[in-house]
Design a protein around this ligand. Structure first.
Ligand SMILES: Nc1ncnc2c1ncn2[C@@H]1O[C@H](COP(=O)(O)OP(=O)(O)O)[C@@H](O)[C@H]1O
Ligand SMILES: [Mg+2]
Length: 418
């Protein structure tokens, strides 16, 4: 580390990037933040900032060149923009994903083709354009359910699970309307436990400090939409052979995408017959609670710091990725029914407990809660910790029971399937 080049440029200043800005400051770095929204909190949190849309590359270059700071790198978290990191980093010679990694990681079809070409197991998949294409491949695969998605969206937007009862024409129209390009991918639905991972890669080495079980309890109520309602750390398979298999799978997947310096966030399904398979991988850090809250709470490891070290072109502190504690952590999302939110009951005897780390609600009284169709619509989250899954499940149950929403005159909870 040198004193000369000590400024990190952070793309985005929403709540998703605040933790990165905070962590960089704790590391003694100068921070710069760009966000097109002048009210983004990261703009005030960073040492220097500007309300610039960071996809406007000429504006970014002009602003960076005008500063007195000596920048050493660029990074982000929660924002799926590896192609922009690639373009900005390539311009200044910083440590970033390549443009090709950015392309593969943001196109679900190109990604799956790349995985297949590199021997990384994935569910059966193909490009589809019409209901006839869907019927043809579904029949060929002979599986009970398939899943259709836009190739270029995230957060479950436009992702639909199809069984015999679904109207295929409608599903194709919906997935097409939710995508950017309108291109679609069809996949065999592999049923089995799902795991979220986060891998840190640099100088030919990889570590996977982010590892959690995904929870889909009660999510049948959103069918044919498919969304998890939270996660568990540590995952049930940790310490077992399956953990090693999943780690090896995601590290192989990151290598296939060409991630050489930075983060890779994996969605894995464990097929009971064929073993772990890649659903997808993003070339970035998670937003939300995973890297900023759940993993540090469970293991004491902050790998956002490691990603910053890599972005700055430093040697990563690998030993810092060794877990220092082992607590059980759960996050659960709130999905109340649609309607006008009139009141929220957030009882103090729940939120004041030491084990209740946070409760964040996304709607205020007066807001209209829409029919929830993707993670962008969910009504909030709680994060709780404890020493066993039993204890933490008890807290989750309490939270779902006690936190209530008055919607169109009726009190309901945010627990899926009520
Ligand atoms: N082939 C599949 N088999 C089983 N579940 C899947 C499959 N594809 C997607 N899913 C489920 O749908 C969710 C969203 O799909 P994903 O491809 O991860 O898109 P997104 O970019 O919206 O996260 C996944 O987290 C997983 O739960
Ligand atoms: Mg996903």
């Amino acid at each position: 580390m040198t004193d000369q080049a000590s400024t990190l440029l952070v793309l985005g200043g929403s709540t998703d990037q605040l933790f990165m800005i905070r962590t960089a400051k704790e590391m003694g770095l100068r921070t710069a933040c760009l966000d097109g929204n002048p009210a983004a909190p990261g703009l005030a949190a960073a040492h220097i900032s500007a309300p610039i849309d960071f996809s406007d590359l000429p504006a970014v270059f002009q602003w960076v060149n005008r500063q007195d700071e000596i920048f050493a790198g660029v990074s982000t978290m929660g924002s799926d923009v590896p192609h922009l990191l690639a373009a900005i980093g390539a311009h200044y010679g910083w440590s970033v994903p390549t443009a090709e990694t950015g392309r593969l990681a943001t196109d679900k079809l190109a990604m799956k083709e790349c995985f297949t070409a590199n021997g990384v197991p994935v569910p059966r998949f193909c490009a589809v354009e019409s209901a006839a294409d869907v019927r043809h491949s579904w029949l060929q695969w002979g599986c009970p359910r398939v899943i259709i998605k836009p190739i270029d969206r995230a957060g479950s937007r436009g992702v639909l699970l199809l069984d015999e009862s679904q109207d295929i024409e409608k599903a194709v129209a919906h997935a097409t309307s939710q995508g950017m390009s309108g291109r679609l991918i069809l996949e065999e639905f592999v049923s089995g436990p799902q795991i979220s991972t986060e891998t840190v890669i640099s100088q030919g080495q990889a570590r996977t400090p982010g590892f959690a079980d995904r929870v889909y309890e009660g999510m049948e109520s959103f069918h044919p939409q498919i969304m998890e309602n939270g996660g568990w750390l540590p995952a049930l398979c940790q310490g077992q052979e399956l953990e090693k298999q999943v780690v090896s799978l995601v590290e192989q997947a990151a290598a296939a995408l060409g991630v050489k310096e930075g983060a890779a966030k994996g969605d894995v399904v464990v097929c009971p017959e064929r073993g772990p398979m890649m659903i997808e991988m993003a070339a970035r850090l998670s937003g939300g609670d995973f890297s900023e809250g759940l993993v540090p709470l469970s293991t004491g490891v902050n790998y956002v710091r490691t990603i910053i070290e890599i972005a700055m072109g430093w040697q990563p502190d690998w030993p810092a990725l060794q877990p220092r504690k082992n607590r059980v952590v759960a996050n659960r999302y709130f999905f109340p029914c649609a309607g006008t939110l009139e009141e929220v009951d957030l009882p103090d005897d729940f939120v004041s407990q030491d084990e209740v780390i946070k409760v964040v609600l996304n709607y205020q009284p007066g807001d209209v809660i829409p029919e929830i169709r993707s993670h962008g619509d969910r009504a909030g989250v709680m994060v709780v910790v404890g020493n066993s899954r039993g204890q933490v499940q008890g807290l989750v149950d309490q939270g779902y029971e006690k936190i209530r929403f008055k919607i169109d005159g009726r009190w309901v909870t945010g627990k899926p399937r009520q």
